[in-house]
Design a binder for this molecule. Structure first.
Ligand code: PLP
Length: 489
């Protein structure tokens, strides 16, 4: 008889954890019904769920269940109680932080990966599947204008991509003498790079923070001065990490000028394109990211700009031999590839041995939609951000501090007689009040003590409707927050 989820699975044979065909179908159908209802209603769910959940979390603590359960009450707990208590990150109104996405076919790919559970750590165990992942990396390479010598690695996210880039630079330029090595980042670098440096054995006293210009981009003159000063002290500059789209204000560092300095000084140039790199797919947007293709290594975050579900980042290394050198190791008991130059072997290019199969989600989505639709979606997000920035920038009392360089902009409120603290308080309140309205979620950042409201358009579900709602809600809340007398003055 078919298990409709009202009774525990396979209770007839306690030592077996396998399911019958009927049980597999029933379980999948029940989960799928919940998933489809949930995803179809994302646009009607609040942009930020109720995350005031301390009491609820305490109530969730539980001892190990000894006996089996039916699936339906577990799905109910997840979908009715836990999931609503979270940011609606895949929702169309999510304009916060750096949005992700969550393309549905990627979830199907993950289901296939987990259900088939093939081993993609070494080429020999699943050569055809590993080839699909190699294809994905090669697509990224060609989209980013990197040469055929480039090799890459799919990671869990941008943080691990940055970590592996620092390892490559360290191996290439410092060898065993890591302590004199110095790296350079902009003041607006993502904190994951500083953390990755520490993990890679480059301690905070060897990480220089380079000041930025009025558009929040790394200052070349300051970078030059710092490199010279460190050389004069007998240290060994080895790495510059620039950012193609900072998380705070969306700034793109001057990549060609940084590449020039790196070439002249013999430094490794890593570009953190976790937020911005995929915009390079669109030919008309390439000038905004000029020089990205010159990087020695590049972070891309498919769970941002390629709209994948969380859990996938990527690193490209211009001369793939350095990535391989950082990770390759003989394991006597594991077979290698017939030709390491021709066939990609994931565990020889990254720290993981056993791993999931992250390439499948990208492969399936790009095959299903085609690259042109990704380019169209990315170009639309940029156009939407320009539209939102122009309209919000024209609202009374709004100062547009960082117009969009890609698809992110930042601003604050002001009015005659307002102090710095007044402006910070009002701008913080604006972010909260717009988000509480429920249609869009925005967040802020603090730059030199000033609080800025940010809007980042990157979810594939965000369309003109949400931009109109965002402008309306910012306009209404800004008008309410700016003191009336001052407004009339
Ligand atoms: C510019 C930048 N770099 C790196 C990261 C870290 O990426 P992840 O969260 O995927 O580890 C982020 C995350 O938002 C980012 O915006």
């Amino acid at each position: 008889m078919r298990n409709q989820g009202s009774e525990p699975v396979s209770a007839h044979d306690p030592a077996s954890l396998d399911l019958t065909e009927d049980e597999m179908r029933a379980m999948s159908e029940q989960a799928l019904a919940r998933i489809v209802t949930h995803v179809a209603s994302l646009g009607r769910q609040p942009a930020r769920g109720d995350v005031q959940a301390e009491e609820f979390c305490r109530a969730l603590r539980e001892p190990t269940p000894e006996s089996a359960s039916a699936i339906e009450p577990l799905l109910a707990r997840l979908f009715d109680e836990c999931i609503p208590r979270s940011f609606n990150t895949p929702g169309p109104g999510y304009l916060a932080y750096i949005p992700g996405g969550g393309l549905f076919p990627a979830a199907v790919a993950d289901f296939i990966s987990a259900a088939t559970n093939r081993y993609t750590g070494v080429w020999y165990a699943a050569p055809a599947l590993v080839q699909l992942e190699a294809n994905v990396l090669d697509w990224f390479r060609s989209w980013m204008g990197m040469p055929a010598t480039a090799r890459g690695l799919l990671t869990t996210g941008g943080s691990m991509a940055g970590f592996n880039a620092i390892l490559c630079a360290r191996e290439r330029l410092l060898g065993e003498e890591t302590r004199p090595g110095v790296m350079y980042v902009s003041m607006h670098v993502h904190h994951s790079i500083e953390k990755a440096a520490r993990l890679a054995g480059i301690f905070p006293d060897r990480v220089r923070s380079v000041p930025v210009d009025d558009a929040f981009r790394m200052r070349i003159d300051a970078l030059d001065d710092l490199v010279r000063a460190d050389r004069a002290r007998g240290l060994r500059p080895f790495l510059v990490v620039s950012t193609a789209g900072t998380t705070n204000t969306g700034a793109v560092d001057p990549l060609p000028a940084i590449a020039d300095i790196c070439a002249r000084e013999g430094l490794w140039h890593h570009v953190d394109g976790a937020y911005g790199a995929f915009f390079y797919m669109c030919e008309e947007l390439r000038p905004l990211l000029a020089g990205l293709d010159l990087a020695d290594s590049l972070t891309l975050d498919p769970h941002k700009g390629l709209f994948m579900p969380y859990g996938i980042g990527a690193l490209l290394v211009r001369d793939g031999r350095f990535l391989r050198k950082a990770h390759a190791i003989e394991a006597g008991y594991l077979p290698g590839t017939p030709d390491p130059d021709e066939f990609y072997d994931p565990s020889q290019y990254g720290p993981d041995l056993s791993r999931g199969f992250p390439g499948l989600r990208v492969w399936l989505c790009v095959k299903l939609f085609g690259a042109a639709r990704f380019r169209a979606a990315l170009a639309e997000k940029r156009a939407l951000a320009l539209d939102a920035a122009e309209r919000i920038g024209n609202l009374p009392g709004v100062v547009m501090v960082a117009p969009p360089q890609l698809s992110l902009f930042a601003f604050h409120l002001t009015w005659p007689g307002a102090t710095f603290e007044d402006e910070n308080r009002a701008t913080k309140a604006l972010v909260e009040r717009v988000t509480v309205r429920g249609r869009v979620m925005i967040t802020g950042c603090t730059v030199d003590g000033r609080f800025l409201a940010r809007v980042c358009v990157l979810s594939f579900r965000t369309r003109q409707l949400q931009i109109d709602q965002c402008v309306e809600d910012v306009a209404a809340e800004a008008a309410a927050l700016i003191p009336r007398r001052q407004e009339q003055a």
